[in-house]
Design a protein around this ligand. Sequence first.
Ligand SMILES: Cc1cc2nc3c(=O)[nH]c(=O)nc-3n(C[C@H](O)[C@H](O)[C@H](O)COP(=O)(O)OP(=O)(O)OC[C@H]3O[C@@H](n4cnc5c(N)ncnc54)[C@H](O)[C@@H]3O)c2cc1C
Length: 532
Amino acid sequence: MKIFRLAGIQMTLDESEESLAAKVSGALATSLVNIASIEIIRKAIDARRNKPPHFVYVVEVRVPASVNLPAKFNDGITLQEVKDEPQAPLNVTFHLPKLPVVVIGSGPAGLFAAYVLAQRKIPVILLERGTPVEERIKDVQAFWEEGVLNSQSNVLFGEGGAGTFSDGKLTSRTKNPYSSWIKKVLVEMGAPEIILTEAKPHIGTDRLRKVIINLRRKLIEMGCEIRFSAHVTDFVISHGAVSTLIINEKEEIKTGQVILAVGQSADDTYLRLFEQGVKMEAKPFAIGLRVEHPQELINAIQYGQWRNHPQLPPAEYFVTAALPALNRSVYTFCMCPGGEVIGCGNASGVVITNGMSNSRRNGEFGNSAVVVNVREDDFVENDYPLSGLNFRRRWEHQAFLMGGSNYSAPAQKLIDFLQNKQSGFIGRTSFRPAVRHSLLAEALPEFVTQALRLGINAFDKKMPGFITEDAHLIGVETRTSSPVRICRREDGQSESVEGIYPCGEGAGYAGGIISSALDGIKAAENVINNMA
Ligand SMILES: Cc1cc2nc3c(=O)[nH]c(=O)nc-3n(C[C@H](O)[C@H](O)[C@H](O)COP(=O)(O)OP(=O)(O)OC[C@H]3O[C@@H](n4cnc5c(N)ncnc54)[C@H](O)[C@@H]3O)c2cc1C
């Protein structure tokens, strides 16, 4: 039997998946009896304007080796024989360490690093400064509803990491065979099976929270010790290697191997590591605002006359605009169809926006970050590698003041922002606790507002109707990626301190749920390789 990957099979919105087999046999010019099995690998919607939206499939087909298949195909169809891909991470023999490996941070990077270690029966302790999901939900609700901030348990800190209150998009630009392994683990933990085949899978915060709880139970069952409210406040370094971690400023944990998966928002941890000689450098990132439209309007722009077709999900978009005259680019990021714009403060005196949706994405609005690239020369002062943290904090504090110093966010109608006009009117938004009408040009550096205005005008040419009376902007969006990179060697360890394996978004090598989880797996593999 041979396995082939057949890509580019098209189905109309009204065709049932039952007719997929016939389409496949037609495309392969072979009888249905010659097809032993068909597995859907990916299903995408092609909703490019000026033609009816339709589904495009990638399938894996098993056929007997004796069957002759065509050498050439029409209509964008391709066929490729499938070679064996690794199904699960690394298989090497290694010596068990005398001390446990400690993973700091229970975001995607830390959870998957711990999973890989526990799976190999390596003693592992997972430390998380925040609370378990059940408690965290209450803390986050108190913040959104009453503006009461818990600086250790919030949208950025706590079990599951920064993505627990998110849209749970599982897209990643990296082509890595472990991506599908991660999704399979998530399905075992309760995520919907459809994430295995959808081209743009998402889980939704409502289901993701349950998945994280199941993942915790599984890790404990595999022997991983998990400790919440365990804030790593210091690192003892002796002879150039980590030897001890200090928890909550008093308790000591001895270890020789630390997977550092603390995300991009632990400014205190970055600072302590820097003071302890862990080598870091500034890196570019992006800042801007959240734009929110009625979801119906996005559906109309993207799907046109087919906008109410029951087979079509709430529409997404991704738009970019290069601005060579300014040497900047503007792009949308992390679009949440049918979602909410949420406040993500993790420290007093800041307002930070982001987006979240439920699995059904059935909210009234669709939102997206719209951001401008920020280079090191925009913010680095005195060669200080952590300058980016101060830079973003400055604008987040400015947003806090403009919002009224109570965690309400500054907001403006999109049209007014483009004209720098104070109309005094915003309209309804999804943001809680509230928004306050502001001149958003004052919430960001001038080069960012200038680029945003030009970029948004360019978006409107690509997505006519993007600029509308019904859209508004909420600020500020600063946590697109880390402004710091923790430098690491080929073998995954810190360039300057042995035994520290920086990974995930906070290390500056990943961004997003899947890519951070992949980086966590890589860190665990590096630890295992270094024990071989
Ligand atoms: C609201 C929101 C929506 C998002 N939506 C999506 C999306 O739909 N799809 C997507 O791909 N990405 C999304 N992202 C980005 C994604 O969540 C991150 O890229 C990802 O979570 C990074 O994973 P990580 O494990 O590297 O770090 P994090 O998820 O940030 O986890 C780090 C963890 O470390 C803990 N920690 C920090 N310091 C310490 C310490 N000193 N001691 C102990 N614990 C510590 C923190 O509490 C935190 O739980 C979203 C982010 C946010 C904020």
